[in-house]
Design a protein around this ligand. Sequence first.
Ligand SMILES: *Cc1c(COP(=O)(O)O)cnc(C)c1O
Length: 398
Amino acid sequence: MEKPAICGGIPVRNTQIFYGHQYIDDADIQAVVDVMRQDLTCGPKIKELEDKLCRMTGAKYAVVCSNGTAALHIASLAAGVKEGDEVITTPITFAASANCALYCGAKPVFADINEETYNIDPACVKALTTEKTKAVVAVDYTGQSAELDELLDHCHQHGLVLIEDGAHVIGTRYKGRYNGSIADMTTFSFHPVKTVTCGEGGAVLTNKEDYYQKLLLYRAHGITRDPSLMKHEPDGPWYYEQIDLGMNYRLTDIQAALLISQLDKLPMFSARRKEIVKTYNEAFAGMEQVRIQKEIPESDTTRHLYILRLNLEKLSINRREFFEALAAENVCCNVHYIPTYYFPYYEKLGYKRGICPKAERLYEEIISLPLYYAMTDQDVQDVICAVKKIAEYYKAGT
Ligand SMILES: *Cc1c(COP(=O)(O)O)cnc(C)c1O
């Protein structure tokens, strides 16, 4: 039977709402305008931003860089990931979490997820650890902290480095401590869909001086001006040495100024996101057609994404049809994520479907609903109304 595009007449709203959007205010714009009259790059805003990230998270060191992917790359290099190594990560993430291993010539190994939290399952990480394993890249999926204590114990027992891909996690606390101050290294992304943004940007946070020095080198060509690190005697004040092979992954002062201003709003962003998540959770709690992501008590979560998981047994339509029905209501969603090893590039490397069944099943059932600071209460109610309308209309057996 042909189902109508819009179930039951008119859409719940007339204008489209998207799954994420940045929030820029006059203070942000002024911060950028001001810095334009000063240094555009390599100026004082970089250190100011790094100090601010340290203050806000409790991490000892921060190295900001051009984006979250660059952050993962330099963190992997600082961890010593190299050809022949294996790096364990989750498939339910953006491709960058695994690509960083490939950049270093290492092999990504995919561990399955916990069925309820959707984060990487420490038991699967343990089962996949071999003598080739060098690092674990754990993603705080949707902003909920990964099981850091269990992962850290395992990593440190086996001499592995725990890199936390914290692209979603800024603002979240794990057992009372801000994420960014816990894992061996934590990476952030400041892309516009993330909780705070500077257009493109990233950071690596760490408590270890040794990683910090390496991160600085890999961010900027492997070049140092520190005489204690040099091989040769400086032959003048201009002298510097390239002592390793790094990239140019610098952030500009323009971006840093914007991010410093954005970070002032993080408590406000965080509070609003929590409020919206609570409203969604309460609205969906009694519905058998959908499932709510489990929240672990250890994580005081600032959520970057809100995942609606469909209970397909209780629906007469699949995820794609549900997604399209939401779009017909002018609620434009997204799906996070396609399992990384489904991509042709990974297929070409020899990865086959079936290696992480829980992750694959999750992918068939999820939709990311709109979640961002500037959503109005009416927007939130419209999304809820659209979900309930579709879930009722396409209830299994009706
Ligand atoms: C956004 C994101 C990245 C990459 O960050 P960019 O700043 O876009 O390079 C990496 N991992 C996860 C989980 C992300 O969501």
